[in-house]
Write a protein that binds this ligand. Structure first.
Ligand SMILES: C[S@@+](CC[C@H](N)C(=O)[O-])C[C@H]1O[C@@H](n2cnc3c(N)ncnc32)[C@H](O)[C@@H]1O
Length: 333
């Protein structure tokens, strides 16, 4: 599909697409399962409107304008026919994560939430409380000094989240916090923690997993890109060092390594829920919007019951609160 010049210009000049978007896109392209990048240009979907016309309701009209002013990472259905024009649409893959249908009564945490897709999904499933954490600003991503960091953006980290939050009338609590700073002292412990597409961006993913363990009393769901090229070495636990330039990928593991990292952080053995090829919208080096494909794995691991001895936390987080049971009706568990 040819992209109208005006749209292409907007994409190129959009600092989010040009900065974070391109960063993520390059990262995914570099360690995708399928090194092919679909080079067919695609147009970021416009904020969906009823019938693609301006709605007559002034409130809806104003929502549409606000949505269009921002560059979205997540495609989020905000109701009333409004869907944010995100470069990443998790919706077709949600079932693969095997989130319990009902999170009734549970405390949930979405680490590295960005526009909040997963946090809002957990809220939609009835969680008693959802906390969404992220760093305060784009320049707080781990980045090699000489890379110059991500491009500055005229959009503040959290702008999209806040707008979606308002339009969804959400009560998700957004907190500025690096994954490295998560602690049970600050947040208490959670029944379900989701950390999706964050580890590859971190210089120290093992420390991040330890911090996640420190705030988990139930289960963690980890979705991460992995390297299919490193899957063919038997039991070897391998990670490819990407070096942390901008784009900001540091380590891309094979699934053996990721599973062992999860155990090393204190969790029980990880259960693999799914592998799939993840299409992510991005922008190539010529500024053309493309769909990139990456191999992604979804893993689930229990924090174990505190106090039973063998699962004593090996790191921070010593709360002895008991975890309500998570029910996985219909899952393979
Ligand atoms: C590729 S986005 C993934 C967003 C979302 N979790 C998802 O699955 O779509 C990476 C996220 O990790 C966040 N991130 C980067 N460094 C972080 C850190 N040190 N602590 C917490 N989040 C971080 C980014 O700000 C961004 O929100």
């Amino acid at each position: 599909m040819a992209m109208p010049a005006e749209k292409a210009d907007r994409l190129r000049s959009s600092r989010l697409y040009g900065g974070v978007g391109r960063t993520v896109a390059r990262m995914l392209r570099k360690h995708g399962a399928d090194p092919q990048v679909e080079s067919v240009p695609v147009m970021a979907a416009p904020a969906a409107l009823p019938g693609r016309t301006q709605p007559s309701d002034p409130e809806l009209q104003s929502a549409v304008q606000s949505i269009r002013r921002l560059s979205w990472y997540h495609t989020i259905d905000l109701g009333n026919g409004l869907v944010t024009p995100g470069m990443t649409d998790h919706r077709p893959f949600v079932d693969l994560y095997q989130l319990p249908e009902s999170l009734d009564g549970l405390r949930c945490l979405d680490v590295g939430s960005l526009d909040g897709f997963w946090a809002f999904e957990m809220e939609r499933r009835g969680a008693a409380e959802v906390v969404a954490t992220d760093v305060a600003a784009w320049d707080q991503w781990d980045m090699r000094a000489e890379s110059g960091g991500l491009m500055p953006t005229d959009q503040t980290m959290g702008d999209c989240f806040q707008l979606a939050h308002r339009l969804l009338r959400s009560i998700v609590r957004r907190e500025t916090c690096s994954v490295y700073e998560l602690s049970a002292e600050r947040f208490g412990k959670f029944d379900l923690v989701l950390i999706s597409d964050v580890l590859a961006h971190l210089r120290d993913p093992e420390l991040a997993l330890e911090r996640v363990f420190g705030v988990t009393r139930g289960e963690v769901l980890i979705a991460e890109v992995y390297s299919p090229a490193l899957e063919v070495f038997g039991d070897a636990r391998l990670l490819e060092f990407k070096g942390g330039p901008a784009p900001s990928a540091w380590w891309v593991p094979n699934t053996n390594a990721l599973k062992e990292m999860i155990v090393a952080a204190g969790f029980d053995a990880a259960q693999e829920l799914a592998r799939f090829v993840w299409p992510a919208r991005g922008v190539n080096s010529d500024g053309v919007a493309v769909v990139n494909r990456a191999a992604k794995v979804i893993l689930r691991a229990k924090a174990g019951q505190p106090g039973t001895g063998d699962q004593a936390p090996r790191t921070a987080g010593t709360s002895q609160e008991m975890a309500p049971a998570l029910s996985h009706a219909g899952s393979s568990r």
